[in-house]
Design a protein around this ligand. Sequence first.
Ligand code: AMP
Ligand code: ZN
Length: 112
Amino acid sequence: MADCIFCEIAAGRAPALLVFEDDQVVAFEDIEPRAPVHVLVVPRKHLADAREATQDGLLPRLFEAAHTVAADRGVAGSGYRLVFNVGADAGQAVDHAHLHVLGGRPLRWPPG
Ligand code: AMP
Ligand code: ZN
């Protein structure tokens, strides 16, 4: 999709620190990390949010990639948080579905 930064990253046309990729999924370091581990897992296909990714059947692939990333980054044992922000009240800033993988420190709950 034109002007979508995560489509550009997935296609290799915009820079990112990739940590995982397969035929349908790409994962890369968040540019503004909120925790020692902060990776975004996205579908290669442009889907606007988690709802569209659900309808497309891609959620299992995104979650499988997220667990792989967590293990690779050494937080499988200490724990990690998986987050989809959906829509304005959740603070979704990029309209291309992305699953946050956060870990490496204790994470407060509830979020702000
Ligand atoms: P959200 O608020 O759930 O939409 O999260 C969007 C996330 O994308 C934020 O954590 C941003 O720091 C991150 N982000 C935005 N642009 C980039 C980029 N070019 N590369 C990596 N992460 C990005
Ligand atoms: Zn996109």
